[in-house]
Design a protein around this ligand. Sequence first.
Ligand SMILES: Cc1cc2nc3c(=O)[nH]c(=O)nc-3n(C[C@H](O)[C@H](O)[C@H](O)COP(=O)(O)O)c2cc1C
Ligand SMILES: *[C@@H]1O[C@H](CO)[C@@H](O)[C@H](O)[C@H]1NC(C)=O
Ligand SMILES: *[C@@H]1O[C@H](CO)[C@@H](O)[C@H](O)[C@H]1NC(C)=O
Ligand SMILES: *[C@@H]1O[C@H](CO)[C@@H](O)[C@H](O)[C@H]1NC(C)=O
Ligand SMILES: *[C@@H]1O[C@H](CO)[C@@H](O)[C@H](O)[C@H]1NC(C)=O
Ligand SMILES: CC(=O)N[C@H]1CO[C@H](CO)[C@@H](O)[C@@H]1O
Length: 464
Amino acid sequence: MLRRTQGVIRPAFARSLFTRTPVPRTPIRTGLYSTVFVLSAGLFAIYYLDARSAIHRYVFTPLLRHTLDAETGHKVAVQVLKSGLGPRDPVEDDARLKSELWGQEISNPVGLAAGFDKNGEAIDGLFNLGFSWVEIGSVTPKPQPGNPRPRVFHLPDDSAFINRYGFPSEGHASVLSRLRARIPRFFDDENGSAAFRPGAMLAVNLGKNKESSVESIDDFVAGVRTFGPHSDVLVVNVSSPNTPGLRGLQNRELLETLLSGVTQARDQLPSPRKPKLVLKIAPDLTETQLIEIAAVIENTSIDGVIVSNTTTQRPSDLVHPNKSETGGLSGAPLKQYSLAALRTLRKNLPARIPLIGCGGISTGADALEYAKSGATLVQVYTGFGYDGVGACRRIKDQLVDELEKEGLTWGDVVQKAVSELSLSPRARDIDEKLKADADPSLQQLIAEAEELKSLLDQFGEPPA
Ligand SMILES: Cc1cc2nc3c(=O)[nH]c(=O)nc-3n(C[C@H](O)[C@H](O)[C@H](O)COP(=O)(O)O)c2cc1C
Ligand SMILES: *[C@@H]1O[C@H](CO)[C@@H](O)[C@H](O)[C@H]1NC(C)=O
Ligand SMILES: *[C@@H]1O[C@H](CO)[C@@H](O)[C@H](O)[C@H]1NC(C)=O
Ligand SMILES: *[C@@H]1O[C@H](CO)[C@@H](O)[C@H](O)[C@H]1NC(C)=O
Ligand SMILES: *[C@@H]1O[C@H](CO)[C@@H](O)[C@H](O)[C@H]1NC(C)=O
Ligand SMILES: CC(=O)N[C@H]1CO[C@H](CO)[C@@H](O)[C@@H]1O
C-alpha cells in the first residue's frame, strides 16, 4: 500500500518541480494521501519543518490542489496541521511588526480568517505557522452539514475561490470540548490570553443554525456564553447577503437588538477576562448602509469590525470557467471591494474602534495597503490556500522589507492612518454642541428635519 502511494507521489513531485506539466488527477484516497504527506516529513525533514521552505509553496500545496478536489485538499491540510507534524515558523517576529490591539501587544499583524479551521481542530498547528490571530468557526449551536458538494471552487487563474459551504459545523459542544482540552494543566493566569501564547489572540466566529429565524439573536447569545470564557475575541457576522441592508428602520432595529444582546451577554459573563466583540461585515454594502452600521456600532460597546467577508459580486475580468458558480468570491478580485468598504467605515467610525482588514491579501504590499487605509490588523484565507503553510512567514518578511524601505514600523503606519482617516471626534462634538445650544424651537425644527430625512431615506431605498 505504501509502495503504491509513494510510486504515485514521487513522479508527481518530479513533474511539478522540474517540467511543470500538470499533475494528473489521480484518485488517491484521503487517508492514503495524509499518510504520504506525513511520511514525506521524514524525507524532507529539514525543509519540511521550516514553514519558510519553498517546498510547501511549490510542491506540497500545488500537489494538494491538483490531486484532490478543493474540499478534500482543505480537509487534508487541516488534518496535517492538527497532527502536530506541520511545519513551524522558526523566526521570531521582527520588532517592526509589533502591533497593538485594545491595549494589548501582538507580535505581528497577520491573522488567519474564519472558515479554514471551522471546528477548532488545528489551532496550535496554525499558531505555529506564525499567525498572531487564529479565528476558528463559524461555529453553529447545533451540528449541521452545510450545503451539498461541490461547494468550494478554485479559480487559480484569478487567484480566487468561490465557496457556498453553507456553514457546516460540528456544533458548540464538540468545538468547546476541543478548546477545553487545550487548556494547559498548570495554567493559573486567569486573565491571560486564551491563545496561551504571548502576543497572540484566539478568536471564535459565531454562526447561526440554518433553521434559526433571521431575527433571532439566541444563537449568537448562546455562542457568547459558550465560547466567551475560552476566547480573546468573539466574531459576530452581519454579512449574510440576505440581511446586509439595514434597509429602513426595521433592519436598523434588528441590528441594534443583535448588538445590544450580544454585548449584554458578554458583559454578564462570570469570568474575569471578558472577550472582545467584533462584527464581521460584507463588502457589498452601500455607503449609506455602512454609515448606518457605523452609527449603530458607535452606540454600543462593540470593540471592532472585520472588513470583510466574501463578495457576491463578480468583477467582469474573471477568467476561470467556474467563475459563475453561486457563492462568495474571495481572494485577489475581492480586494478592491473590501478596501473600499474599509475606507468608508474608517471615515465613519472614531479612532478608538479598530478595523481588521480581510480580502485578497497575499503579499506584504497588500497588507501595507490595508494599514494605510486604516486597518490595525489583517487576515488571510485564500492567499494561504494557494501558497500553503509558508504564506504567513512570507507575508511578514515582505512586510518587513516594505517597512524598512519607508523607514517605518507597522505601528507608525497604523497610527498615522487611523488618526488621519477616522471620524474626527471634533466634527461630531461640534455637531452635537450646535444642537444642544440651539433654542428649543430650533431643536424642534432639527428633530423634524431629521425625521423627514429618515422617512425620505426609506422611500429612496428599494424594497427589502
Ligand atoms: C472556503 C471558505 C470558507 C469560509 N468560511 C467562512 C466562515 O465559516 N465564516 C466566516 O465568517 N467567513 C468565512 N469565509 C470568509 C473568510 O473568512 C474571509 O472573510 C474571505 O475569504 C476573504 O478573505 P480572503 O480574500 O483572504 O480569502 C470563508 C472563506 C472561504 C474561501
Ligand atoms: C485578574 O484581573 C482581576 C481584575 O483586573 C484582578 O482582580 C485579579 O487579581 C487578576 N488575576 C490574576 C491571577 O492576575
Ligand atoms: C442608541 O441606543 C439607544 C438605546 O440602546 C437607542 O434608544 C437609540 O436610538 C440609539 N441611537 C442610535 C443613534 O442608534
Ligand atoms: C469546476 O468545478 C467542478 C466542480 O468542482 C469541477 O469538476 C471542474 O473541474 C471545475 N472546472 C475547472 C475548469 O476547474
Ligand atoms: C459571507 O458572504 C457569503 C456570500 O458572499 C454568505 O453566503 C455568507 O453567509 C457570509 N458569511 C457569513 C459568516 O455570514
Ligand atoms: C454563519 C452564520 O451564522 N451566518 C449568519 C450571518 O448573519 C446573518 C444575519 O445577520 C445570518 O442570516 C447568517 O446565517
